[in-house]
Write a protein that binds this ligand. Structure first.
Ligand SMILES: Nc1ncnc2c1ncn2[C@@H]1O[C@H](COP(=O)(O)OP(=O)(O)OP(=O)(O)O)[C@@H](O)[C@H]1O
Ligand SMILES: NC(=O)c1ccc[n+]([C@@H]2O[C@H](COP(=O)(O)O)[C@@H](O)[C@H]2O)c1
Length: 185
């Protein structure tokens, strides 16, 4: 049996690995959909699809998963009602969907798929949003991701990238808030 698991993996963290451990224990093969594949270089989506693939390959290797998996980029179509047929067109056939995302669960259920809500692990800290926040604030984040992912993020200067994006956002927000001066003629 083949299962589908979709995430944005910005970045891959230990919660994803725990979730995938559960998914791999339930099925013979796993399709890992890389959501919002078109997005990169923003605070919510700092990493490219290629970088996210590299993180997944290294992390799954580090975790020692032996079963077959497929990594499939899924650019957003921003059209919820036809998202499931779109995913079906992009990935090999699957019988079951694993997710913790309620919209994803609802869309697949409505199309007749079996959906398994995977358990959550320490969502208070094992969340990509929290990891990106820590990177921006200069707080320790390394323990929340697999060792190979922490090394890779350092290799590609990922923290410097997120900080640069945060600084850019801050200065453009300041610009927007600055009073508009109408020149006197
Ligand atoms: N701590 C966790 N434990 C188990 N599964 C998790 C955890 N965090 C995310 N997931 C699962 O990963 C998938 C979503 O991946 P995603 O990359 O969006 O993670 P995220 O940490 O929620 O990201 P972000 O904070 O950037 O929105 C969902 O199916 C979700 O259930
Ligand atoms: N209409 C759409 O394009 C659509 C609908 C549902 C989920 N998605 C994507 O699936 C992924 C779900 O992963 P998250 O659990 O990380 O939100 C995201 O990339 C999200 O954008 C897209």
């Amino acid at each position: 049996m083949r299962g589908l698991f979709v995430g944005r993996f910005q970045p891959v963290h230990n919660g994803h690995i725990k979730a995938l451990e559960f998914v791999f224990s339930q099925v013979d093969e796993v399709i890992i959909g890389i959501g919002s594949a078109q997005a990169s270089h923003t605070i919510k989506n700092p990493f490219t699809t290629g970088e996210r693939m590299e993180m997944l390959i290294r992390a799954l290797d580090e975790a020692g998963f032996k079963k077959r998996y497929y990594l499939v980029p899924l650019p957003d179509i921003n059209f919820n009602s036809i998202w499931v047929p779109y995913v079906e067109a992009m990935v090999p056939k699957f019988e079951v969907v694993f997710t913790g995302n309620s919209l994803v669960a609802e869309l697949f259920r409505e199309r007749g798929y079996k959906v398994i809500v995977q358990p959550m692990f320490r969502k208070d800290i094992l969340s990509a949003t929290e990891i990106r926040r820590r990177m921006i604030e200069g707080e320790p984040w390394e323990d929340l991701v697999p060792k190979s992912v922490a090394e890779y993020i350092k290799e590609i200067k990922g923290v410097e990238r997120i900080r640069m994006l945060a600084t850019n956002l801050e200065s453009s927000e300041k610009e927007l808030q600055a009073p508009i001066r109408i020149p006197e003629y």
